[in-house]
Design a protein around this ligand. Sequence first.
Ligand code: DOR
Ligand code: ZN
Length: 449
Amino acid sequence: MIEWKDKREFWITGVRLADPETGKIRTGSVLVQKGVIADIVRQKSVDTDLPVCDAGMYICAPGFVDIHTHLREPGYEEKETIKTGTAAAAAGGYTSVLCMANTDPVIDEPSVIEYIKRKAVEAGMCRVYVAAALTKGLGGEVINEYHFLKEAGAVALSDDGMYVTNSQVMRSAMEYALFHRLPVISHCEDNFLVKGSQMNEGYSSTRFGLKGAPAVSEEIAVNRDIRLASLTGARLHVAHVSTAGSVEMIKAAKRKGVPVTAEVTPHHLTLEDSLLENYDRNLKVNPPLRGRRDIDALRAGLRDGTIDCIATDHAPHHEIDKQVEFDKAPPGMIGLETAFAQLHTELVVKGKFELIDLVRLMTIRPAGVIGLPGGRLKKGVPADLVLIDPNEEWVLERSMIRSKSKNTPLAGKRFTGRIQGVFFEGKWRSAIFSEKRGRESSEPARRHV
Ligand code: DOR
Ligand code: ZN
């Protein structure tokens, strides 16, 4: 058999093709030519002289698209770099990420965008799209030059990590963003209500003696931004929705035709605030983990389409930053490498979701929110694909993590379903963590069923 790896032309055969557009999973094979999907056939095997990657009944889906990633470079290379962050993305099944602007310098100048784009091409692990800052230095006061940022490649605008407190500034930002046809991604948390908070306000925060942020701190902000989107006509995307009240407001706004979309993170969908009992700094995130009722509402919102997609909010922080008193620890957890396994385990294996629903929420839906080209399985598009074994059981070990930071509360957890690797523009980027088959870069196993 001819080796298929590093070839410009080869077949991926015997896979179960998960097509987010049709919602069907069918057996088939894919022809990759010069980094593009050249053909898709319904046969399990093909008669060909070309090299064949026999992917033994793995699920083959479009590579995942994450529209909320913190790559930290430039400025915080001790937490993550474009190289390590995109390697983590590929390991998690992602072939496209949208990186956030809270770097140093902040992404508010075209030169920073050019720097990130160049580094991403050098790394060659996945596509990197850039969200530029809404305001100068994320200061919330002076609006950036959106024209030049868009020209340099920005596909969205966001002060993520910060709420734009000044409503007049947000109104103007939306007006300019609309003019430049860029979506506005808003981090919705009222600064005054969340000041000093460490977790969700409720029974658990009282028990643990930690200052809480009430659900309304998010809901007030969501409400304001929906009203401003309605007033200006700008495309609003609400980042990391975490409360039942936010879901209700977004649902009502969509019904009225307000141009709003929303995302939810794997951690807000699966982890409860009561887990903070052990004061694990890796469970401290903004917005905070909420209670059971909120989790149920977020899942219902995903199912009925109120929430459009899943996004990780992959937020690497160095161990030194996290190993401090709880109130001094920065918020955030990594998520790229565990998102699929965690959600497949909790929502598909234990929950009411179908695998194809999850694939949709991680591919075509997030791509559609920002207007990115990825997330489709059809002839002529770049061969950005993920191979998944939905049955593999595995335990996350710290040593497996590709991200430079290891701030996850999921170490030691058992999952069902594992990413086997991605093809990025037809090039195999192994995901199987290095311990498997004892090699850094393994190929799909031949496992006919
Ligand atoms: O928990 C979070 N961490 N939420 C954010 O919005 C920002 C992020 C970060 O940059 O660390
Ligand atoms: Zn945020």
